[in-house]
Design a protein around this ligand. Structure first.
Ligand code: S3P
Length: 429
């Protein structure tokens, strides 16, 4: 395992960063491009390990995908153009790859087997297996289909109306994609509004998606037409530098072209609520389907806050870095209604609390979230990403304000979503 000495005691951060393309949108561009008819092009694609897993899976099903740096061309073969893969489809560390791809595979009459790394092997798959079985797909796997490896044989599906038992865009997207292969109207009813990139991108590919409050419907049999997708910067990656700018004294950090989809921008609401000095400049570039802005953040005094309810799905991936932010805020920050954290790349309630405690934070785990008591001076020590990219990046930002040495174990996990993270961090010092 590689151990990386991190930079500590930083006096200020200053500069501008173009954060990499959005991970959720990059995955979807490959999947929809593969089942569309014709050549789809993608700019600002995130070439992180997770999205490369998606490319590799669709390549194994006979789709030609050319990638030159962050520009990708997908030679789509239409809804029924995928071929039975000769090998296992390896999703690596990527929950989005496996859960969304299952929706597409459920509509294919061929047989496929899906598996990933040890984190994927621990994560619940029953949430996508159940609705797909209800639609008629034959799926088996370890623990009766609750865990990977999973095998799928699909075909023509029955439409369903499915009430999501958890707030999950992956499950919503899986059922909607399967709905394209069904003989009628498939409707998903959400508990809370989750990220709507699938709905927006399906529309861009010419599919009629009906959204009515928390209900989303698609009719089966619709064809996807190839298009161009310009991927906005990932707000979940920007979040690390937003927090860095907010907590490192005398800092000013400018972030260009950040995706500001309202289903993803909960971190901005939290920063404002905590008293951060943040400027938002809506961007007038060429991204039509997803709102984008340039952001500027400066260091300021912060206060604790409460984060719960419908805000949670809007910032679920940012909770590790928000926990760090809360260590630098005066008073108590309470995060609740966030049980889903337990089934992310790691149990993020445990890993956040364990690792931040090592650095001297006053933080406790609760049943469905955590409580952070601020403001605390962070110290130093040996910390571990637990193979979770967002824990690795959060700890690297924490070290900036630590007053003694910090070593990060398993730092390579960061490649999953932000391969040039350390280069960008260095450019601000
Ligand atoms: C994602 C949805 C979320 C999020 C994940 C990406 C997506 O997961 O945590 O990083 O691209 O749809 P859930 O659907 O499990 O909440």
């Amino acid at each position: 395992m590689n151990v990386l000495p991190l930079t500590t005691n930083v006096s200020r951060l200053n500069g501008e960063i173009q954060v990499p393309g959005d991970k959720s949108i990059s995955h979807r561009s490959i999947m929809l491009g593969s089942i569309a008819e014709g050549k789809t092009t993608v700019s600002n694609f995130l070439s992180g390990a997770d999205c490369l897993s998606t490319i590799s899976c669709f390549s194994k099903m006979g789709i030609v995908i050319d990638r030159e740096k962050d520009f990708v061309t997908i030679h789509g073969k239409g809804a029924y153009g995928l071929q039975e893969p000769e090998q296992l489809l390896d999703v690596g560390n990527s929950g989005t790859t496996i859960r969304l791809m299952m929706g597409i595979l459920a509509g294919q009459s061929f047989y496929s087997v899906l598996a990933g790394d040890e984190s994927i092997a621990r994560r619940p798959m029953v949430r996508t297996v159940l609705p797909l079985r209800e639609m008629g797909a034959v799926i088996d796997g370890r623990m009766e289909g609750k865990r990977t490896p999973l095998s799928i044989r699909g075909g023509q599906l029955k439409p369903i109306t499915y009430e999501l038992p958890v707030a999950s865009a992956q499950v919503k997207s899986c059922v909607l994609l399967a709905g394209l292969y069904s003989t009628g109207t498939t409707t998903v009813i959400e508990k809370e509004k989750t990220r709507d990139h699938t709905e927006r991108m399906l529309a861009k590919f010419g599919v009629n998606v009906k959204v009515n409050g928390l209900n989303v419907s698609v009719d089966g049999g619709q064809k996807l037409k190839a298009t161009h997708i310009d991927v906005p910067g990932d707000i979940s990656s920007a979040a690390f530098f937003l927090v860095a700018g907010a907590i490192v004294k005398d800092s000013e950090v400018r972030l260009k072209n950040v995706g500001m989809n309202p289903t993803r921008s909960g971190i901005i609401d939290v920063l404002k609520e905590m008293g951060a000095d943040i400027e938002i400049h809506p961007y007038s570039g060429n991204v039509e389907e997803e709102p984008v802005a340039d952001l500027i953040i400066r260091n300021s005094t912060l206060r604790g806050t409460e984060i719960k309810g419908s805000l949670i799905p809007r910032l679920i991936d940012e909770i590790p870095i928000i926990a760090l932010l809360a260590t630098q805020a005066e008073g108590k920050t309470i995060i609740s209604d966030a049980k889903e954290l337990k089934v992310k790349e790691t149990d993020r309630i445990l890993t956040v609390v364990e690792e931040l405690s090592k650095l001297g934070a006053n933080i406790e785990a609760t049943e469905d979230g955590m409580i952070v008591h601020g403001k605390t001076m962070l110290t130093g020590g040996t910390v571990n990403s637990h193979g979770d990219h967002r824990i690795g990046m959060m700890l690297s930002i924490a070290s900036l304000i630590c007053n003694s040495n910090v070593d990060l174990e398993d730092s390579e996990a960061i490649n999953v979503s932000y391969p040039n993270f350390f280069e960008h961090l260095q450019s601000l010092m």
